[in-house]
Design a protein around this ligand. Sequence first.
Ligand code: FES
Length: 106
Amino acid sequence: PRVTFLGPSGVARAVEARTGDSLMAVAVRNGIPGIVGECGGNASCATCHVYVDDAFQSRVGPPNDVEEDLLDLGVSDRRESSRLACQIALTEELDGLVVHTADERL
Ligand code: FES
């Protein structure tokens, strides 16, 4: 599946992912700024925070319980569309996924 990361000023980076990859792993592999993945994908650091584009929210679904707690505590600008990228597994169904990052430097 293909994933596009969009920075706040509208800069876009599209990358190819493998089915089963976490969105965090794809971002880190491609050096997407602002997505660090410090805890290695255990939903305990919040350095992989992204905003899922409106058009994909129903397909991606809501945060799980552990993720929900961390988003509440560990994210400064939490929104309705906030997710931890490490908790999103990419599937063919999510091909074309667009996520927004908080970092300017895409
Ligand atoms: Fe740490 Fe996602 S990588 S919470």
